[in-house]
Design a protein around this ligand. Structure first.
Ligand code: NAD
Length: 481
């Protein structure tokens, strides 16, 4: 076994020989690298290092923090092609998507470098004579981060950047399937000048390293992105511990895209195919539930099938590939299971759904599109997290809105329409955290809040200036002059 990529603990690369292989889903013979599997002891050491670093880091000047975050941003952007390639190799999204995600990580660090300089407070007159009131924001403390595999660099970036910008110390536990991008990001940040222990990386199993992070008494807050079942465990552990931890959860979706009779057909097809299937459908914001009005339904289905015929599913790193492989065997099994469930429920598979053979062994699945489904079927209610979408036919806008909201999730939603009235009504009445008009449900800006409602999210929003609700705590100070 090659020397593994190690954990970063107290500014040193550390870790035992126990390592796991990071496999390329486009070619399972290709090993991206060997990455240390952390232990509970590693995690405890990382939290101790963060605790030791916190007093100085939380009192560092905004200029010191700006300089480090800006330097990291510059390096990420300068190396975006190489980082994007690593990301596509380990996760399976196309090279264009991988480079785009690496670029996003660089932009996120540039944004939060600026936020270091913008944190303000308030001075408020007291209701009592001679008393002044100041309201300030301070770092929360030691923040534990647990991230999923589908955005291997962007999600760690949008958690780490605000945490460091506002003076917190961090312990990151990335997804076991994609440690390479997180390792590269942490390496860049450490070399950008972070003091030892301000940022620590402990790779390994969720049930071991992740669980120990949740249970550690010196961790003040947990930012989690992943599935609903894990999210529930995370929240329960954060509340059960003593002291309780601040917690933020970003979880799954079953995001609806409504297509009305008055939609521009070409726009609607692009929006649907991109939102449902690009990035192999492995986006929490993917529009896997297409709610289509009767008058446009048949034309829309036909045009989607024609468009899907032009989509190339192949090696993520190959020029000309539009959709890469599924991330691993277990996700592929889940996708195939749901394709069977949809068939058994009476859905009509009008395109794809079959395994594909390519030059190299990989998890290649032709995007699957179902018609004749209802909103009550499991395929409409449960997150598949793959290139599988189903169409529900509705008679009018009112029915479309009602079905769009008839879900336990509420991350993103979309509508394709040329009616200002319906677009406006949908933006106001859709029960989702993010609403798109004539745009895919996936694909967001990095300087504005990201997050959902209902079963998709819990706690304050991520990203943009709103991230301060989670990564800072408010202090109210009174002075009698
Ligand atoms: P997952 O829940 O299986 O794992 C997420 C993380 O939790 C991983 O790092 C894993 O190791 C860790 N983990 C697992 N068990 C744990 C435990 N007992 N204690 C602590 N940590 C534990 O999710 P996944 O399969 O990596 O990601 C896919 C899911 O993520 C989908 O449901 C998707 O919708 C969701 N997601 C949501 C968003 C969002 O912002 N809403 C973004 C991306 C992905």
């Amino acid at each position: 076994m090659n020397a593994p990529f190690k954990n970063l603990i107290a500014g040193e690369w550390a870790g035992g020989a126990n390592a796991s292989r990071n496999i390329n889903p486009s070619n399972t013979n290709d090993v991206v690298g060997e990455y240390t599997q952390g232990t509970v002891e590693d995690l405890n050491n990382a939290v101790a290092a963060a605790k030791a670093a916190f007093p100085a880091w939380s009192r560092s000047t905004p200029q010191e923090r700006y300089d480090i975050l800006k330097k990291a941003s510059d390096e990420i952007l300068a190396r975006k092609d190489e980082l994007g390639r690593l990301l596509s190799r380990e996760e399976g999204k196309t090279l264009g998507e991988g480079i785009g995600e690496a670029t996003r990580a660089g932009q996120v660090f540039a944004f939060f470098a600026g936020e270091c300089l913008r944190l303000g407070g308030e001075m408020v007159p007291s209701v009592r004579p001679g008393v002044g009131v100041e309201i300030t924001r301070e770092a929360v403390g030691i923040v534990g981060m647990i991230t999923p595999w589908n955005f291997p660099i962007a999600i760690p970036a949008w958690k780490i950047a605000p945490a460091l910008a506002w003076g917190n110390c961090v312990v990151l536990k990335p997804a076991d399937l994609v440690p390479g991008s997180a390792w590269a990001l942490v390496d860049i940040l450490q070399r950008a000048g972070l003091p030892k222990g301000a940022l620590n990386l402990v790779m390994g199993r969720g049930s071991v390293v992740g669980q120990a992070l949740l249970e550690h008494k010196d961790v003040h807050a947990i930012s989690f992105t992943g599935s609903v079942p894990t999210g529930r465990k995370v929240a329960a552990a954060c509340i059960a511990g003593n002291p309780m931890k601040k917690v933020q959860l970003e979880m799954g979706g079953k995001n609806p895209l409504v297509v009305l009779d008055d939609a521009d057909l070409k726009v609607a097809v692009e929006v649907a195919v991109n939102g449902a299937f690009f990035s192999t459908g492995q986006r929490c914001t993917a529009s896997s539930r297409l709610i289509v009005q009767a008058g446009i339904h048949d034309k829309f289905v036909e045009a989607c099938i024609e468009r899907l015929k032009t989509v190339v599913v192949d090696d993520a790193l190959k020029a000309g590939t539009h959709i890469g492989p599924v991330v691993d065997q277990s996700q592929l099994d889940q996708n195939l299971k749901y394709i069977q469930i949809a068939k058994d429920e009476g859905g009509k598979l009008v395109f794809g759904g079959e395994l594909l053979k390519r030059e190299t062994p990989g998890f290649y699945l032709q995007p699957a599109l179902f018609t004749e489904t209802t909103n009550a079927m499991r395929i409409s209610r449960e997150e598949v997290f793959g290139p599988v979408a189903n169409i529900v036919r509705v008679k009018d806008y009112e029915e479309a809105l009602s079905l769009a909201n008839d879900t336990e999730f509420g991350l993103s939603s979309g509508i394709c329409t040329t009616s200002l009235k319906h677009a406006t009504h949908f933006k106001r009445n859709s029960e989702a955290g993010m609403v798109m008009v004539n745009l895919p449900t996936a694909g967001v800006d990095y300087h504005v809040p990201f997050g959902g409602r209902k079963g998709s999210s819990y706690g304050p929003r991520e990203q943009g200036a709103y991230a301060k609700e989670f990564y800072t705590t408010v202090k109210t100070a009174y002075t009698l002059a």
